[in-house]
Design a protein around this ligand. Structure first.
Ligand SMILES: *[C@@H]1O[C@H](CO)[C@@H](O)[C@H](O)[C@H]1NC(C)=O
Length: 375
């Protein structure tokens, strides 16, 4: 299960994407601004049975699928995961658990949603759900291609293979009940805006923000239809976060004040409004589907704009390193003199990803708002 069949490997782009990604981050590193600067489990709602949870998308819900891939988008080394039990394999893009873990726990499924490519999974782990997500993925297939990670169609291929295994282990009837009664979490698209659209010229040659967000929404809809065809019914689709306010975007585009990057936020808002409308019509098209658009844009923006109200102190830089640009391999030193001691004061763990504490606050809010619509 740990090796990826060659047909599932992303096609090679016409140049070495590692060089490109390294260049994106190198630009950030030499930027003149660089260096400046308890959780309670609830039972499943009503008497719903939720046999399993599944996640698709990017680093927000990837527990380590990238560990064995030839990508620079990895984090299976310290200080990532420093607040996890040492027995938990690394690969989550945060200091602790990620939203897919937390949602699975809230539904009474399990506390940690493992990576599908984890070679140590047993049957019971498989039956209660896994994450197929892959950091640096996007709705735009080019995002996964550039980063050499799993595209959404790779993730669907794995899910389909996974369901074959489940069917052969528990029989057709139980397998189809598992597929239709479980929770599916879809969360991706941020990398499309920050990396593929704004950090490379590849899409800007041909697309403006309006047509690019159409491309993303088109891809999201075909993904959701295919997931439905494979048996999924209860699907929560997370909106884009306020991508312009993540620390890396403040550093790269926010000027001396390190403001939010307004163009990226405007792109996210536009994408979200299109996605939300399309999800409404998809629900009418697909019998029995319970697709729920889950807004994380405004809840996360509120935390970033007023961290003290939510128990945080710092929201404009991450905990790791200087907090302005470090992510993945650049956030790698146990002994970096600038890495914060107490990450519960921070909204962001690295320059892209929230801390476990911020994820808790966010997941508590979205769970109480949306769970009733799905179960
Ligand atoms: C870490 O920060 C949180 C929030 O500000 C605070 O409640 C807690 O006491 C701090 N922990 C330590 C060990 O300083």
């Amino acid at each position: 299960m740990s090796s990826i069949p060659s047909r599932l490997r992303p096609p090679r782009p016409p140049f070495d994407p590692k060089v490109l990604l390294a260049a994106i981050w190198a630009v950030a590193l030499v930027s003149p601004l660089h260096g400046a600067a308890s959780y309670s489990a609830s039972p499943p709602p009503r008497d719903a049975t939720v046999p399993a949870a599944y996640a698709f998308g990017d680093s927000i819900v990837d527990p380590g699928n990238n560990n064995g891939l030839a990508t620079v988008a990895k984090c299976n080394f310290p200080p990532y995961g420093r607040d996890l039990d040492p027995g938990v394999p690394m690969g989550r893009f945060s200091n602790g658990r990620v939203p897919s873990d937390m949602l699975g726990e809230k539904l009474g499924v399990k506390k940690l949603l493992p990576a599908y490519l984890d070679p140590n999974l047993e049957l019971q782990d498989l039956l209660t759900g896994v994450s197929f997500a892959s950091g640096a993925n996007g709705y735009d297939p080019l995002s996964a291609e550039l980063a050499m990670v799993l595209s959404l169609s790779d993730q669907l291929d794995f899910y389909s293979k996974y369901m074959e295994t489940v069917r052969s282990e528990v029989g057709e009837e139980r397998a189809s009940a598992i597929a239709s009664e479980s929770l599916y979490i879809v969360c991706t698209g941020a990398n499309d805006i920050t990396n593929t659209y704004f950090a490379t010229p590849l899409r800007r040659f041909e697309y403006d923000i309006s047509s690019y967000t159409d491309l993303m929404v088109g891809s999201a809809l075909s993904f959701l239809r295919e997931l439905y065809e494979l048996g999924a019914r209860r699907i929560g689709v997370l909106s884009l976060p306020p991508v312009g306010c993540i620390p890396s975007q403040r550093t790269l585009h926010g000027g001396p004040e390190r403001d939010c990057f307004d163009s990226a936020n405007a792109a996210a808002v536009l994408f979200n409004s299109k996605l939300s409308a399309e999800i409404d019509s998809l629900n009418e098209d697909l019998p029995g589907a319970r697709l729920v658009y889950v807004d994380i844009y405004y809840p996360l923006l509120a935390i970033i704009q007023n961290p003290a109200r939510f128990g945080f102190q710092i929201s404009t830089r991450g905990c790791c390193g200087t907090g302005n640009i470090e992510v993945s391999y650049l956030c790698n030193r146990l002994d970096h003199p600038d890495t914060c001691g107490n990450d519960t004061e921070f909204v962001f763990w690295d320059s892209f990803h929230p801390t476990e504490a911020a994820y808790h606050t966010l997941v508590d809010q979205i769970f109480s708002k949306y769970a009733g619509k799905m179960f």
